[in-house]
Design a protein around this ligand. Structure first.
Ligand SMILES: Nc1ncnc2c1ncn2[C@@H]1O[C@H](COP(=O)(O)OP(=O)(O)OP(=O)(O)O)[C@@H](O)[C@H]1O
Ligand SMILES: CC(C)(CO)[C@@H](O)C(=O)[O-]
Ligand code: BAL
Length: 282
């Protein structure tokens, strides 16, 4: 696996793949790779002839008080994991290569409605930053297919809408959430948790499971969500949101069947997200 840090070198390498008629599958990440990322690489290998992974901690999607500086940067470990997982090329640019004019001057892509509320409510501008860098990566790599995790459910919805609205010629594939044995969704930010917080963290998933069972059994939504929030607080979380939406992130109505529970909650300074799909009864 080759690692490239410069855009011209990336373009050259991609030209070679294209001249050979190879189907390119893209896996965008921020690095500090775990089994969740490697599931994306495995799916990309099934979908394409060559897998291009990217590692870039994108400053445009971080708020002023967020963890941009603290975000774990583990390039050597990540390279070894990607190599073992069968990625063909890693693009890991410097910030100045991606944003040569700085962030203030950067053209932005914004995806209204689907970016609002949930994580977009707690992290203003976050999904503009995501949509912008993902558009840029699509333009640089011109992949046939790109894989994203369902853990970042709203992000996946934003990217699907953007691709649809802008007629971008890339197939978007969602990959199911990979969890630790105790149910905690794998996430780079889990590394911020101390031992006691790590013990408490699976309660986020278990709360979603309890709620899903209650809602699928026909419980009323508002009291069930209140109960879920109370469970999260009991487990030591400070919830940012706990919501039931339809599968496209619209409001749930009397006719909604395919729905999703989404939560973001903090354990100390660490913000965890998770979601669980369910079928509402008739
Ligand atoms: N547990 C997981 N299962 C499946 N996909 C995942 C999982 N964790 C992350 N991903 C996906 O990997 C891609 C890169 O995500 P990212 O590098 O931000 O990792 P992360 O572990 O989610 O980090 P963070 O803690 O910053 O949210 C995204 O498409 C994301 O949805
Ligand atoms: C898609 C992404 C790589 C864009 O920076 C990031 O938001 C992530 O890791 O999910
Ligand atoms: N995993 C989504 C990237 C972010 O939290 O900034």
């Amino acid at each position: 696996m080759r690692t490239l840090r410069e855009i011209p070198l990336l373009r050259e390498a991609l030209d070679e793949f294209r001249q050979r008629g190879q189907r390119i599958a893209l896996v965008p990440t921020m690095g500090n790779l775990h089994e969740g990322h490697l599931a994306l690489v495995a799916e990309a290998r099934r979908r394409g002839d060559v897998v291009v992974a990217t590692i870039f901690v994108n400053p445009l999607q971080f708020g002023a008080n967020e963890d941009l500086d603290a975000y774990p940067r583990t390039l050597a470990d990540d390279q070894a994991k990607l190599e073992a997982a069968g990625a063909d090329l890693l693009f890991a640019p410097e910030t100045t290569a991606v944003y040569p004019r700085g962030l203030a001057a950067q053209t932005r892509v914004c995806v209204p409605e689907v970016s609002e509320g949930l994580c977009g409510g707690d992290r203003p501008g976050h999904f503009d930053g995501v949509a912008t860098i993902v558009t840029m990566l699509f333009n640089l790599v011109q992949p046939d297919v790109a894989c994203f995790g369902e853990k970042d459910y709203q992000q996946l919805a934003v990217i699907r809408r953007m691709v649809n609205d802008l007629h971008l010629p890339v197939e978007i594939v969602g990959v199911p959430i990979v969890r630790a044995e105790d149910g905690l969704a794998l996430s780079s930010r889990n590394g911020y948790l101390d031992a006691a917080q790590r013990d408490a963290a699976p309660s986020l998933y278990h709360t979603l499971c309890t709620l899903r069972d209650a809602l699928e059994a026909g419980d009323e939504v508002a009291p069930a969500l209140d109960d879920g929030l109370a469970r999260l607080r009991e487990a030591g979380f400070t919830p940012d949101y706990l919501e039931l939406r339809d599968a496209d992130l619209g409001a749930v109505t009397a006719t909604t069947r395919d729905a999703v529970l989404l939560a973001a909650a903090r354990l100390g300074p660490t913000r965890l997200i998770d979601n669980l799909s369910l079928t509402l009864p008739r």
